[in-house]
Ligand binder design. Sequence first.
Ligand code: SAH
Ligand code: SF4
Ligand code: F3S
Length: 464
Amino acid sequence: MYRQPPARPGTNLTFSASLQTQQKVYIETYGCQMNVADSEVVTSILDRESFVSTSDPSEADLILINTCAIRENAEIRVRGRLAELATHKKHRPGILIGVIGCMAERLKEQLLEEEKMVDLVVGPDAYRDLPTLVRSASSGIKGVQVLLSREETYADIAPVRINTNGVSAFVSIMRGCNNMCAYCIVPYTRGGERSRNPESILREVRELLDQGFREVTLLGQNVDSYHWKSGPGQSIGFASLIEQVALVSPQLRVRYSTSHPKDMSDEVLHVMAAYPNICRSIHLPAQSGSSRILDLMKRGYTREWYMGRIEAIRNIVPECSISTDLIAGFCTETDEDHQHTLSLMQEARFDFAFMFKYSERPGTLAARKYPDDVPDQIKARRLQEIIDLQNQISANCKQADIGKVFEVLAEGPSRKSEAYLSGRTSQNKVVVFPAEDYQKGDYVSVLIHSATSATLIGEAVKTH
Ligand code: SAH
Ligand code: SF4
Ligand code: F3S
């Protein structure tokens, strides 16, 4: 799932090695879960070069910022943060600042020209070159490496888990995207789609289980098109992959993100229904409720098709929660199109939604071919209507959970009090409950007695 809540800044990397004194790297991550997973790969690559991680930029020799380019705002935020981080360079001129990730890929050399404090710019498929680029930058040669690859999946690199709760982890199963939705920069920043060898995925999952992790989220921009040629005339698709991951252990929860409505198959839904440890939660971005806009967006489905997929989920995995992404004010969107989005929301009754104003991205089909003609004020008004409606629907969904018992995987103390644990249901809803003798990593049956806007509140019930 593309997760807008940005990864917590300040990851813990530590360099050590071939260098005489141990060097420290600080990495800050923006954007989606793929970026969080990539920062763990980067940490691993630098770890091999004996860099140790630090959560404090003021003691770092190397500061990396893993960036997102999905909307203009995401980039503005990164530039602001770069200016702040540059103050460290004023105090300690020897340190290096690197921009990695999607904004690095989009802007390339331009970033070095515009942001004078930056020493290296490295795109998502070039992280293996980081050690070389860091070495050159230390000797004063700034570097840009943004080649995209048709093969790179970092399959052999064991990610170093940073900022981890020790319970849930991301596992990247594919990279890139072949879809070319008209508004989207991702295919340009992450290149074409490629799937990762299932053996390396299963190995990573087993290792996580051995280390005490209890939940994995399989990541890809469009997991339904996962495809691995396993032999002549034989291939493994997503349904088969997720089944193999579910079979690793009934004690391990399996999530995945993101599904694409045009590709989401009943086969995957039947596998979900057969394995209780595959979480009852699907992220199925709709983007719009208007078939005319969906066509312009090149999403490959109509509103009716989308609703058909929702119906299939409700029939095959009845207790499943459904979340979505919605864009307000795409090119040529009329009030009528917008009303179709609101009515789709009413019909689908999403448990949760990520909602955005359309932001034109240079180089995309929409930027080249369509006018960005919905005035900002109207985009903002439509977005607000979408948010208000979703808040009502989410509140109703939460009210409907009161009185039910859910199996909650405890992730750690709640933010407000050590006396409470926080965890999530299979449906991906956050639950807070009195800790009693339970520990993080435990599965606890919790009876829900109330709800706030973001959280269900309950207490453990004995189930035997
Ligand atoms: N691969 C996933 C999502 C990737 S991007 C998918 O296809 O669903 C995450 C979300 O950002 C998208 O679902 C979309 O809602 C939003 N998004 C992408 N480009 C955007 C743009 N130019 N303006 C506004 N929102 C955008
Ligand atoms: Fe972007 Fe579409 Fe690919 Fe998702 S499926 S990453 S929205 S191009
Ligand atoms: Fe993710 Fe942002 Fe890149 S959403 S794929 S980090 S553009």
